[in-house]
Design a protein around this ligand. Structure first.
Ligand code: WQD
Length: 338
């Protein structure tokens, strides 16, 4: 497989994946409208890989513009990162979320069918498991019961992909269910730049460390966990990016099919574990206060990673210290720009 269309390729996970693709001698065509990213990520990809790629500044829901991309490039496979992903924002803007995430995916899949490109890697989320039936989560756990439009948009696209494959089993699809992506490229040149105040734990911690936010609010210390705080499966974004390469390899060598994999480390850390690890790795202080639970939060969520290991050969290699160090390294670079 050679030429990969990456929608949302300038974004947080997309940019890290493009680096890995280019470093592995694949050709990359990036589509991004910079709705939650900017040109700097593209410059960084070039700098870090020393490779060229094609770029289109296009909204991926624009079918006419997207058609040009398929006409001008002989695409072998598509990875779709062009989703909106802020849970709270999705509650306030459901139509925008469903339009961008679900309609955008439909536009893309329709064009892929038209141009006979039937290899697709989709960024899904552990959120599709809703209220989990068991822990760790295996891919055959029931899905559904999502509590916000962001999560429901991921669930809907999973259903759409299943139906699509049923209608035409020459499609070849990998669905990756991400757990909690954190960290940044070790160069410090790319990472996550949340719009406004971050909602997720790790970017919040790094902004507190940088003095941009006063203190972290720990959402509840009365869960039935080892220290009372919520437990999650944090995965370094560079590891997560690599899972996409493994997914492409799978699409290349297997007969067609639709495959689903959890992408996590299989280890759960509490909020206090994260604070302590960040302080220790970076020699900084994270002031915090415990507040009440956040609506919709699960006590515990972590992946069973066996299937991804056995079928994709994917195993996360970076530990919590790497995640904390790389996150801070990127944050310090952002501070220099402020
Ligand atoms: C992690 C832990 C919080 C912030 C969400 C989405 C999911 C996925 C990833 C998106 C929890 C606690 C957090 C803070 C805190 N989607 N926390 N203080 O909730 O697992 O998942 O993001 O891209 O769909 O639901 O991740 O990082 O928000 O929270 O105490 O200021 O940290 O309660 O236990 P979450 P998170």
């Amino acid at each position: 497989m050679k030429k990969i269309l990456v929608t949302g390729g300038a974004g947080y996970i997309g940019s890290h994946t493009c680096i890995d693709l280019l470093n592995n001698n694949m050709e990359v065509v990036i589509v991004d409208n910079f709705s939650n990213s900017n040109e700097k990520a593209l410059d960084a990809i070039k700098k870090l890989t020393g490779k060229e790629f094609k770029f289109y500044k296009i909204d991926y829901t624009d079918k006419d513009e997207m058609e040009k991309v398929f006409l001008e490039n002989d695409i072998d496979a598509v990875i779709n990162f062009a989703g909106f992903k802020a849970v709270g924002e999705s509650v306030k803007m459901p139509l925008e979320y469903y339009t961008n995430n679900v309609y955008g995916a439909l536009v893309l899949l329709d064009l892929m069918r038209k141009h006979n490109v039937k290899k697709f890697v989709f960024s899904s989320s552990a959120t599709v498991y809703g209220d989990p039936e068991k822990m760790p989560l295996t891919e055959d756990c029931k899905i559904g019961g999502t509590t916000n439009p962001y999560g429901t948009s991921k669930l809907m696209i999973e259903y759409i992909l299943q139906d699509l494959y049923k209608s035409d089993n020459t499609w070849d699809i990998v669905i990756l269910r991400y757990f909690n992506p954190v960290g940044a490229h070790e160069s410090g040149l790319i990472g996550e730049v949340p719009k406004g105040t971050p909602n997720n734990l790790m970017p919040y911690i790094s902004r507190v460390a940088a003095g941009k936010l006063k203190e972290l609010s720990v959402f509840g210390n009365d869960y039935d966990t080892k220290d009372g705080t919520g437990i999650r499966d944090y995965i370094h974004v560079v590891d997560l990016a690599h899972a996409h390469l493994k997914a492409l390899e799978k699409l290349n060598k297997e007969d067609s099919g639709i495959y689903i994999y959890n992408v996590g480390t299989g280890t759960g850390y509490s909020v206090f574990d994260m604070i302590n690890a960040f302080e220790k790795a970076n020699n900084v202080k994270i002031p915090y206060k415990v507040v009440s639970r956040r609506d919709g939060d699960l006590p515990v969520s972590y992946a069973d990673t066996k299937k991804a290991k056995e079928e994709l050969g994917f195993v996360a290699t970076k530990n919590l210290e790497d995640m904390c160090k790389d996150e801070w390294n990127f944050q310090k670079n952002l501070n220099k720009e402020d």
